[in-house]
Ligand binder design. Sequence first.
Ligand SMILES: [Zn+2]
Length: 250
Amino acid sequence: MTRMTAVLAALLLTACTMNMQAVREPSRSYAVATAPPWQSMVYAARTDSGVVVVDLGWYGAGNDLRRALRRLGARPEDVTDVFITHTHRDHIGGWRAVRQARFHLSAAEAPYFQGAAHHGDLPSRTGEAVLGNPAPWMGEVHVRPFASDTAFVFGRDTLRAYLLPGHTPGHAAYLFRRVLFMGDAFSWHLVGGISPADEIFTENSQANRGNVRALLDRVLPLGVDWACNAHAKCVKPDSAFVRRITKGGE
Ligand SMILES: [Zn+2]
């Protein structure tokens, strides 16, 4: 590899995650990003009552998940609970590695995870036509849908789940250890930085922006150190951030 190629590769990789290390706690939690340049984040945490994972990445997700779990001294079979922000194929890739876990997602999103419904956006339809169903079929894993905002207690930790429809019909966000996992409810680009969710991948952009604003109004007062999207971009949720990701919303 020439020096120039190495520099470009490093720039690309550096550009692809942002502050992901900020949500890592030694031996307690670890976050990894699956295959660049797409970079889907997988977050794993050890709690008093099991190992919890938020989102499951894309290509190579099984290996990346194992890598994250090793940092916690855990194996895939130790994972008890998986929380999925939404079921686009780039966030559920590693499900086979943790098929024994309880899979939590919103009730509106569950049919998309079990082959009973199909996302309507063009990239999802194309992906399904070319690559097939990325998710388990009905009955292959334990799905635990939640129909309203719900708190899940894991010993001393509480994970709070919030409905955040817009990017997909049943998109959700999760607050855990002062990190707000926002899935694809906001985006980041090398040119332009933080922005509302990408329209091409988003079912209802207007609803997404309005629901993001309502969620942040409620959740930020609880104490949020970082807001991360599902592509490993973590941002301090200050007023400029809120303005940028809700631009054009209600
Ligand atoms: Zn998405």
